[in-house]
Write a protein that binds this ligand. Structure first.
Ligand SMILES: [Zn+2]
Length: 156
């Protein structure tokens, strides 16, 4: 979705004249229960034209592909299916965070007033982040990253 009715909020061209009320009304068009089911909510700022046309030094696609395939392999070896197919019950047994991770998640749920659905979805995403990093344990860093992908949840 666009950041505001005109689409230019935060754009370097400074064209947006939308008021905070207009922006809030626009964003409220996506219902809370729908947003709740979107695991990765990320703000993608507009790029100045110069950045679009220049070559960036990002990670090569084949490197990322290898990491994703290895993470999928880990998931199949551990539980016979990819993380996205895990049921709530399976998440409770297979996606257990370490002590620091658990306390961070509890804090986040309370402070951000997240739903039970969000709780399980954060654990599942954190499990995937840990798999991508080749970690057996879900740590506080993995939880923190998963929590920050829920930035538009309505309850905030
Ligand atoms: Zn605008």
């Amino acid at each position: 979705m666009n950041p505001c009715p005109c689409g230019f909020l935060g754009h370097p061209n400074g064209k947006c004249r939308c008021t905070p009320d207009q922006v809030a009304l626009y964003r409220a068009k996506i219902s809370g229960p729908l947003l709740d089911r979107i695991d990765l909510q990320i703000e993608v700022p507009a790029l100045p034209e110069a950045d679009l046309t220049s070559q960036s030094g990002g990670e090569a696609s084949h490197m990322i592909r290898a990491r994703v395939e290895a993470a999928r392999e880990r998931q199949l070896n551990r539980q016979g299916k990819p993380n996205y197919l895990l049921s709530t019950l399976e998440i409770d047994t297979l996606c257990v965070a370490d002590e620091q991770g658990q306390s961070l998640l509890k804090q986040a749920i309370t402070r951000l007033d997240l739903s039970a659905r969000a709780y399980h979805r954060i654990l599942k995403v954190a499990r995937t982040i840990a798999d991508l990093a080749n970690h057996d344990e879900i740590g506080a860093g993995h939880i923190a990253e998963a929590v920050q992908y829920r930035r538009f949840d309505k309850n905030r």
